[in-house]
Design a protein around this ligand. Structure first.
Ligand SMILES: Cc1cc2nc3c(=O)[nH]c(=O)nc-3n(C[C@H](O)[C@H](O)[C@H](O)COP(=O)(O)OP(=O)(O)OC[C@H]3O[C@@H](n4cnc5c(N)ncnc54)[C@H](O)[C@@H]3O)c2cc1C
Length: 370
């Protein structure tokens, strides 16, 4: 078997890339699972990028217009007239993208695991049989524990966090996400409540299962009303290089994920677009440059994450006082961008009153963000 491009991993990013490439190249995608989907993921994707990337409407379960932020002792809400994010069904998203790629000519080899490279070929295991596939270019879209990254000798400097999520019955405000920032309950990350409808939500956090259990108790969600439990890993940091010779990494395999919210689907797809551009030019080494926007967002997110870990709950309460003020909410409602957190932070810090108040809470916070 021989292809122009062999993509390893049929997650959302691998399938999206297969779509992008299948018109210009012969493409095959290998996936170790026997079906699509199944990964722990809340499935929240910024609405603007969802439309721009042309992702399938069929996968959208709910439209989210706003969010309510809770600290230990206070809360504030922001809302907009149009949907800011969609909550999607990952299985449908992945299947629909794969179907599109297949229609464009991509081959899919399911239940097939990439094992490594030998003599310039990919060694694959399919139901006990070993296959060798030759391609001009190989792409690792095989997630956070990427085998391709190991095979190409990529180096990782990152914080890895376990995420725990349940789908649970309760009472929810259908159009709005809840974000809970309470270090006494979930010290490593915020906890989220993402409604699928008025009576079902995906609820999760990163760090430990104990943190999720504490949060479920705080939010008065019954452990006996859980429909589904999932766990997964995210990596915040850098895994480099993103391209070496005729092998590239994209999506979680390259840690193209927001350290602020652990959203990785959009950044991975934006980088997939950068990779396509570099391949069409015959200059794969340009891939890194074409992802400069995502890289800036990751750098900002990593600085933000470091600051978050250094803050105590008292400082978080004071930040909430500032962000919950009328002026800050107005900025967030009119200028916040679901995927561009750097722009959102800059819009807030451009307001002299808000800047002055935040400097009082933590001068180092402002220095690091700017
Ligand atoms: C609890 C939790 C909640 C999250 N919530 C969100 C969210 O709301 N929004 C968001 O944008 N992101 C979210 N994320 C992150 C998101 O899940 C990832 O960023 C996204 O899945 C990355 O897509 P990917 O295609 O790069 O990798 P993956 O989705 O991990 O797909 C990789 C694919 O490669 C396959 N594979 C792996 N190894 C091999 C191999 N050796 N051979 C063949 N195939 C292989 C896997 O089976 C898998 O299908 C969340 C993550 C967690 C853990």
């Amino acid at each position: 078997m021989r292809y122009d491009v062999l993509i390893i991993g049929a997650g959302p990013v691998g399938n999206y890339l297969a779509n992008l490439l299948a018109r210009d190249y012969s493409v095959a995608v290998v996936e170790r699972k026997n079906s699509f989907g199944g990964k722990a993921c809340t499935g929240i994707i910024g609405a603007e990028n969802y439309e721009r990337l042309g992702l399938p409407k069929k996968a959208v379960l709910n439209e989210l217009y706003g969010a309510t932020f809770y600290s230990r002792i206070q809360s504030f809400s922001i809302g907009r007239k149009s949907p800011q994010a969609y909550l999607v069904d990952r299985k449908t998203l992945e299947r629909e993208l794969a179907k599109r790629a297949m229609r464009r000519g991509a081959d899919y080899l399911m239940s097939t695991t990439f094992k490594g490279f030998k003599n310039g070929k990919a060694i694959l295991q399919h139901l006990g049989e070993t296959l060798e596939v030759k391609a001009d270019f190989y792409v690792g879209a095989d997630g956070v524990n990427s085998t391709v990254a190991k095979a190409m000798g990529a180096k990782t400097k990152a914080e890895f966090l376990s995420g725990y999520e349940v789908e649970v019955l309760g009472e929810f405000e259908r159009k709005s996400v809840e974000v809970w920032v309470n270090k006494e309950i979930t010290p490593d990350f915020f906890a989220w409540v993402a409604p699928i409808d008025g009576e079902t939500a995906r609820v999760g956090t990163f760090g430990s299962i104990e943190a999720l259990n504490r949060f479920l108790r705080l939010r008065r969600l019954e452990p006996t009303r859980i429909l589904e439990f999932k766990a997964g890993t995210v990596g915040f940091g850098w895994r480099k290089p993103w391209v070496r010779g005729n092998v590239a990494l994209v999506g979680d395999s390259a840690l193209q994920i927001k350290p602020t919210t652990a959203g990785g689907i959009v950044y991975g797809m934006l980088c997939a677009e950068g990779l396509r551009k570099a391949l069409l030019e015959g200059r794969p080494e340009n891939y890194w440059n074409y992802c400069s926007w995502v890289r800036r967002q990751i750098s900002f997110g990593l600085r933000f994450r470091k600051l978050f870990l250094g803050l105590d709950q008292e400082a978080i309460e004071r930040i909430f006082e500032v962000l919950g003020s009328e002026e800050a909410r107005e900025v967030i409602e009119t200028q916040a961008d679901f995927d561009d957190h750097l722009r959102t932070a800059k819009a807030i810090l451009k307001r002299p009153k808000l800047l002055a108040k935040l400097i009082k809470v933590s001068p180092s916070l402002i220095r690091a963000l700017l």
